[in-house]
Design a binder for this molecule. Sequence first.
Ligand SMILES: Cc1cc2nc3c(=O)[nH]c(=O)nc-3n(C[C@H](O)[C@H](O)[C@H](O)COP(=O)(O)OP(=O)(O)OC[C@H]3O[C@@H](n4cnc5c(N)ncnc54)[C@H](O)[C@@H]3O)c2cc1C
Length: 427
Amino acid sequence: MAICVINEKCKGCKLCIKACPFDAIYMEGKLAVINEKCTACKQCIAACKFDAIEDTGEEEGPVDLSAYKHVWVYAEQRAGKLMNVALELIGEGRRLAREISDDTKVYAVLIGDGISGLASECFEFGADGVYLIENPLLANFTTDGYTKVLYDAVKAYKPEIVLFGATHIGRDLAPRVAARLSTGLTADCTRLDVKVSSYIDYANKNTTLDTSTLDPASDDKGLKQTRPAFGGNLMATIVCPRTRPQMSTVRPGVMTRRERVPGATGDIVNVNVSLAENDIRTKIVEIVKSAKEIVSLTDADIICSGGRGLGDPSGFELIRKFAAKVGGVVGSSRAAVDAGWIDHSHQVGQTGTTVKPKIYFACGISGAIQHLAGMQTSDIIVAINKDPEAPIFEVADYGIVGDLYKVIPQIIDEWDGADELYEATVH
Ligand SMILES: Cc1cc2nc3c(=O)[nH]c(=O)nc-3n(C[C@H](O)[C@H](O)[C@H](O)COP(=O)(O)OP(=O)(O)OC[C@H]3O[C@@H](n4cnc5c(N)ncnc54)[C@H](O)[C@@H]3O)c2cc1C
């Protein structure tokens, strides 16, 4: 649909500007003008007292998909440090770019102030180039500021795909940018594919998906974005066939980083920034770090998780002792969080954190699908459960059937280091 201003009727009262939630109307002299941010929500039509805005009913022409090229990764940094998920997505973006065509590139998009030094790290983890968006007003993340500059950059350079980490910031920024661009966004993807054949290959392993109607020789290079749906009971694959860019968020730990190539270089594009203080409606008065225990599940090599099988909250004392002994961090199932035994920041799973440690100990955890969604790509899974039929044993590399209160103290006594177990299993 197209919304337009009837110049003869417009009185320049600006009521439409106030009514527009998308900042899509501005004044040119005494006339209102609608820009490309318009989503045809029609709020302006309702607000106009002079019937000076109308919906022409005409469908907008189709988006020229061929005008969009290359894969972008929002390289999230905080206080000048790149988030792990950004490096994971650069590797994934590079894989997708090569599947699209030989001349498709992956670009990292760095936003901030004084962060150009991070470009080399992006290159070393696989970026062909970096778009650098720097301005003093971007020193700290603000939804308005980052949305505006990223939106402007996408409009100017037209990437085909834009990936974000599903962090607090990525989950805030990605939908804002997608809405302004009037394009789709798939949140919390666990798998991304470009080629139909590689998608079929993956989907055939998942018996709930029927791929018989798909032609592996198809040259469809649209992004196939797979994510859990219906409480994790089935995997949905979502496409964005009519608009560009195709946008996804991916949880930290789901994709694997590429091997670092020291000294790798690439192109840097300095993006012109048009940003004024009044574009940002919030003001950061002070940054206060959370006083809670900091749990870095995504970076941990070893995780010792406890579930409802602990029986009561004091069971986590044993899990903490276990984690301290093996050099790990404490995780948990949702049942333990819901029971109030431990903070949500420790929760692993679909509605908690996705992890990929070298060793994951599941202690008194049954292995519900929502828990598995967050830990089944761990290198080695060790399950301790007194029920030999518990589903966790289906994904475990080592299963110990027994009472965790007897088994864990024995492991603590015997533990000599993780290296031997890891080497024996992975190599
Ligand atoms: C939309 C949705 C999202 C969800 N998201 C998550 C999520 O992110 N993460 C998550 O974990 N869950 C999630 N859940 C909940 C999930 O479905 C399960 O309810 C939960 O994972 C069960 O936790 P549990 O394995 O600790 O408990 P239980 O399923 O009760 O299992 C306890 C296990 O402990 C064993 N056990 C008991 N005593 C002992 C003992 N002394 N020694 C050894 N073993 C013992 C039992 O045999 C049993 O297998 C979600 C559910 C929904 C609907």
